[in-house]
Ligand binder design. Structure first.
Ligand SMILES: [Zn+2]
Length: 77
């Protein structure tokens, strides 16, 4: 009896909120008609609308909104 109680106490995420995690997981993704998810740029256009372009590999933003890319351009000036 005591061991069972101990294992529950040691659970890393006893009250993990799966719904909230799922919302955050989808924040930078777009659901495709086939049920898959595709990453989208987190940036916004000049009009304030979501960019929705394909982000760079390993980045959250497309090349227009990628900060490191912008910094490189500024340094080159
Ligand atoms: Zn973008």
């Amino acid at each position: 009896m005591e061991t069972r109680a101990k294992s529950i106490m040691n659970h890393p995420y006893p009250e993990f909120d799966f719904d909230d995690a799922s919302v955050q997981w989808r924040a930078n993704k777009r659901r495709l008609p086939n049920g898959c998810y595709q990453y989208i740029c987190m940036g916004k256009t000049k009009t304030g609308k979501p960019c929705n372009r394909n982000p760079l590999i390993g980045e959250n933003c497309c090349k227009n909104h990628n900060e490191s890319e912008n910094n490189t351009k500024t340094n080159k000036k």
